[in-house]
Design a protein around this ligand. Structure first.
Ligand code: PMM
Length: 300
């Protein structure tokens, strides 16, 4: 096969930013001496920063391979937007968007996580070779999810969210956001463990931006160590989120999502210093470089 036949390397695509071809195929092969980078691949119409860009399987695979070759440790594939107010996507449509993409990326040697709230999609994704289920439904998880995770033994991202995409903005009320979120995560974790999920399978995510305003996000980012005390791997997703746009606003206008990658990399520095397990980002190179800086800083 000529190089041009590999998606992402043809004459009509932009050059790959950095080639660090990964040979890892399972989660166990991933590095343990640094924070990992999960690259975001949204096969959706309406995600806030990249909705519609990778809706065809070819475009999504191309993007996924670029993320992999530019240093992503994990590719997070999602077929349903989770932003506030997003429409629900029928699980059948969700599967038709993501399953061919998962199969190809797994064959290419990627560790794949799947961003889904649906048990039927999670099962199909695991059958297609996905390594991790990333479920953002939080307190409103679908019935049968703990049983599926217990039965298959796959790692599971248990993220904090109150309400649904439609209702979560109104639910951003906390006495103390750090202790409230940790308490609700602990209860959720205990429910999953009571249904047979091994504690080692669970990856905890505080769910920045999900039923959280900017102040809540900053408070949680400032207390990652307290979240780690739950005793699980911790994942965080700040990438291009609204609170960064608000921080960098000029004349009352929020910074555009595509102009938030430097601020995202700065949050990766904070996460890596707190030794979180992984960050979920659009700009993989920026976060990989930020993590290398923290590693070098920590070794002197
Ligand atoms: N954020 C989004 C989607 N999925 N999953 C996890 N585990 N954590 C997150 O913070 C998270 C997520 C929303 O961002 P996007 O629309 O850019 O994918």
């Amino acid at each position: 096969m000529s190089l041009g036949a590999i998606p992402g390397t043809g004459p009509n695509t932009s050059p790959l930013p950095v080639i660090r071809k990964s040979k890892v195929k399972t989660l166990a092969d991933l590095p343990t001496d640094r924070t990992l980078v999960m690259g975001i691949l949204n096969v959706t119409e309406d995600s806030f920063s990249d909705g519609g860009a990778y809706l065809s399987a070819d475009a999504a695979i191309d993007r996924g391979l670029k993320l992999l070759y530019s240093g992503a440790d994990i590719i997070d594939v999602g077929g349903e937007s989770t932003r506030p107010g997003a429409k629900d996507v029928d699980p059948e449509l969700e599967r038709s968007r993501i399953i061919p993409v998962i199969e190809t990326l797994v064959k290419a040697g990627a560790v794949v996580s799947v961003d889904t709230m649906h048990v039927s999609t999670a099962r199909a994704a695991i059958n297609a070779g996905a390594h991790i289920i990333n479920d953002v439904s939080g307190l409103t998880y679908e019935q049968g999810m703990p049983e599926l995770i217990a039965e298959t033994g796959v790692p599971y991202v248990l993220m904090h969210r109150r309400g649904t995409a439609q209702s979560m903005v109104a639910e951003a009320n906390y006495e103390n956001v750090v202790s409230d979120v940790i308490g609700e995560l602990r209860t959720l974790r205990d429910e999953f463990v009571a249904k047979g999920v091994a504690p080692e399978q669970i990856i905890i995510d505080p769910g920045l931006g999900f039923a959280k305003d900017a102040e809540h996000n900053w408070a949680l980012l400032g207390h990652l160590d307290a979240i780690e005390e739950l005793g699980h791997r911790v994942l965080i997703g700040t990438s291009r989120k609204r609170f960064l746009g608000e921080l960098l606003a000029e004349s009352g206008t929020s910074r555009a999502p595509l102009q938030r990658d430097a601020a995202t990399a700065a949050t990766t520095v904070l996460a890596a210093k707190d030794q979180v397990w992984a960050v979920r980002v659009h700009d993989v190179v920026g976060s990989r470089d930020a993590i290398e800086v923290v590693k070098a800083y920590g070794s002197h």
